[in-house]
Design a protein around this ligand. Structure first.
Ligand code: SF4
Length: 428
């Protein structure tokens, strides 16, 4: 496995927690900022010290070709703080020429001057957490910003992209949102078509369209448990997915990964690292890294992350058993791989999972027969050695196809003893 050339830095601070979000987030209040003396400023500064420390004790590696500052709301950081983090990475690893350096920004958490500061610090790609152009939807999601803030942020990004200071930018949208309070139904197809048209009109070269998922413990999760949340039904959700693919395809966006669409030349290099099976560094509370195919997840609370870092000051991070090693098992590789445009090389994946070379052709034939109906319906595409789900129909039914594959694997896969599949981490 080639050494990691990508790094993710988690910035956990947000003004408030959105109703659907279960990320590792520290809400600081609507007035929070990194300005000296402002609410939350001390928390931010203290956390950045920890993050700098984790980077400094990391094993060294080759220069990074992608860096992603995500969150949370990284635009709560000042440009000087972003520059300090990039400096720390540069000192530890170096930054490759033309490295892609992405920063997540939330509307209403930055202005044009601050954007210029981020670009001056070395950021060359922005991911804007717009989520919706509809004020009622934004309010119902628990978001702090409104449509006017989003339009303003878009105009600044358009200018920065137009004058060449910003290489690329992306806009996030949430699909299949629930009914707003007082409304009988979830927003339908025409509402979504209008959202997509506004996203296309924004000229964002990259769009990330996430389907709303209900997470336990979130405001939405609790409302759903009480029967107080009206969601898009399955048919509508599938129609929305199809509409997204159709509209964005017609506008020239390639669907290069399940949630991601890009105009030619604007696919995120960092996103592709996650789906490619390559290693990456992760820094910060709740961040996951992948080294030698082994996933390492850091503690999700600030106190636990600080204690974990204190406990191993002299230790290389990757060797610390306090991290959670979860590996990348076959089901996860199928889950992410089949949804990519380039799919998976199924024979290689089976061999990696412990199938004897002589058995691979027979296994492939079994799978072809098992999934004949899905292939006939055009849900599963087999193109030479590569297998993938079609967009949008196959992606909409990806869980069903995956379930069938995993049931099959449970029966035919190598046993955990003898020549069984490799242990956690070895399958990456
Ligand atoms: S802004 Fe993003 S990270 Fe923060 S709470 Fe909302 S969804 Fe979660």
């Amino acid at each position: 496995m080639p050494p990691a050339r990508s790094a993710y830095l988690h910035i956990p601070f947000c003004h408030r927690r959105c109703f659907y979000c279960d990320f590792a987030v520290v809400p600081l209040g609507d007035q929070a900022s990194a300005a000296p003396g402002a609410p939350g400023a001390a928390s931010i500064a203290g956390y950045l010290d920890l993050l700098q420390r984790e980077i400094a004790v990391s094993p060294a590696g080759p220069p990074l070709s992608t860096v992603y500052l995500g969150g949370g709301t990284p635009s709560l950081l000042s440009p000087a703080q972003v520059k300090g983090l990039l400096q720390a990475l540069k000192q530890r690893f170096g930054l490759a020429p033309a490295a892609e350096i992405s920063l997540e920004l939330d509307p209403a958490s930055f202005d044009q001057q601050r954007l210029a500061g981020y670009l001056g610090a070395g950021v060359n790609r922005v991911s804007l957490g717009g989520q919706s152009f509809d004020d009622q939807v934004l309010a119902s999601l628990g978001r702090r910003h409104r449509r006017g803030d989003l339009q303003q942020a878009i105009s600044w990004l358009q200018q920065a992209h137009g004058n060449g200071r910003l290489a690329s930018w992306s806009l996030d949208l949430i699909q299949a949102v629930p009914a707003a309070p007082g409304q009988p139904d979830a927003p339908g197809l025409e509402h979504w078509r209008d959202q997509l048209q506004q996203a296309i009109a924004s000229t964002a070269p990259h769009l990330s369209v996430y389907e709303l998922t209900l997470e336990p413990g979130t405001v939405f999760g609790k409302r759903a448990e009480r029967g107080e949340l009206t969601l898009a039904d399955e048919d509508l959700a599938a129609d929305l997915l199809e509409l997204t693919s159709t509209e964005l395809g017609a506008a020239g966006y390639g669907h290069y990964e399940i949630s991601n669409y890009a105009l030619p030349g604007h696919a995120s290099r960092h996103n592709r690292v996650y789906w490619s099976g390559a290693d990456w560094w992760g820094f910060g509370l709740g961040a996951t890294s992948c080294q030698g195919g082994q996933r390492l997840a850091r503690p999700r609370t600030r106190a636990a992350y600080g204690a974990w870092l204190d406990s191993q000051r002299q230790q290389p991070v990757a060797a610390e058993p306090g991290l959670l090693a979860t590996g990348m098992p076959l089901d996860e590789r199928l889950l992410v791989g089949l949804r990519r445009r380039e799919g998976v090389v199924m024979a290689a994946l089976l061999a990696d999972a412990g199938v004897e070379p002589g058995q691979v052709p027979g296994h492939l034939e079994q799978l072809r027969r098992l999934l004949a109906a899905e292939r006939k319906q055009g849900l599963l595409l087999i193109e030479g050695p590569r297998w993938r789900l079609s967009a949008p129909a196959g992606l909409a039914l990806s869980n069903a196809v995956l379930r069938k594959l995993l049931d099959w694997w449970e029966h035919v896969g190598p046993s955990p003893t003898g020549s069984g599949p490799p242990g956690p981490g070895a399958a990456g």
